[in-house]
Design a protein around this ligand. Sequence first.
Ligand SMILES: [Ca+2]
Length: 452
Amino acid sequence: MRSNRQRAFGLRTAAATVLAAAAALVVVGPAEAATIAVSTTADLERAVASAQSGDEIVLAATTYAPTKPLVLKGTVTLRGDGAAPGARISGAALPADAPDLLVVDDGAVATVRAISFTSTASRGAAFVVRGRLNLENAAVAGNAGNGLVVKPKGSTTIVNSTISANLAVGLVVHGSALLANATVSHNAGGGIAMNRVGDVTVKNVIVAANGKPGVATPDDCDGAIAASSASLATDSSCGVQLGNSDPRLGPLTLANGGTTPTRALGDGSPAIDAGGSDGCPATDQRGARRSTCDIGAYEAGASAPAVSPAGGSASTPGGGASEESGADQKNAAQPIVAAAGRGTIQLRGRRASFRVVGISTVSTRKGLVQYTDVGRIRLVRATITNASFGVAGRTATIRGTALDLYSRKRVSFLIVLRDRGKAGDEIRVVAGRYQARGTLTSGAITVTSVAV
Ligand SMILES: [Ca+2]
């Protein structure tokens, strides 16, 4: 083990910075690396901004909601501390003009382990990779935008990780990506998009139930995977070994064990014991020991090791546990609501059009509501006050207030979105005295719930 030192924030001198920069040009010795424990959003933002090559930032198990994108530079590791309910980085507090959650800068080599990334707005990605990203035992889930976007010079290796329930595309690759024992599923905008130039290799990977049946969006893969082994998809678009196969994935949940949410393999899943031993990690995303390798991030029949509750051993001198962290930890156990839709419905002799994006956790709500029934009501500039789910996570109820451009008054609204999985999605709108409901004649609604 290398000997690490705890670094106090804000005490770095210019001389130390110059020395560290010089050291980075040669080879950074182990003694230069610092381990920085963080337990609040402010700690995390400072640690990322001041990280030097070789540093490891260890996140206590709570929810972090940065107010601007976290930009990783140099060679840096970001990892959860292994306690329950896990570390989660949320995009809920990001500004509309900088909606990406984590950016791996040009030339950076970032390792990110055992953290969940969630709740970006529809224009934001959980990850933008310009340098190199090693993603391990992580979950990228419940984002209204894309999960990961790998830029032309960027590259990523994704192992034992789940990219799921994002409302846009799970993984967009302009550069290169190697996925091993990953699960890319239930992303409404598609699973993996190669954009004609992306170089993607998959080993023991599940790409399942992406896109939206009956709607013209790309499904599991958009473009050709360069090389694959022992991988499975629910349609034929990826060209992998087991195409048109249903892996029988369970709901995305922390209840499977570990510190990031996973989807279990149901009984009789064709993914069980169907992975190749080449490149198969010893444990799965949860830390459960793998036997004959299953395809995907989850090993069926294996138990995850017990995780200690937050606060057990996470506190280190200078780590700075704050008063906020208690509330954050409670929030971390709540489901994330994510719903998005746009389209038109047919009313009596006319059509109404809408666009709705809603993201909600118990502590934060964001979204966009626009609804136009020409001549009757036109809702804009909405404030969402509540969003909740109906049975089985396919119905979202969004409440708030919005400006009606016709009456020039703010009105309370209730919008219910029903995701029927294929053509047949429904929307119901109540705003002031206005009421309408209908089945979509164009567009689509996607509703997801991420129970973490
Ligand atoms: Ca197995």
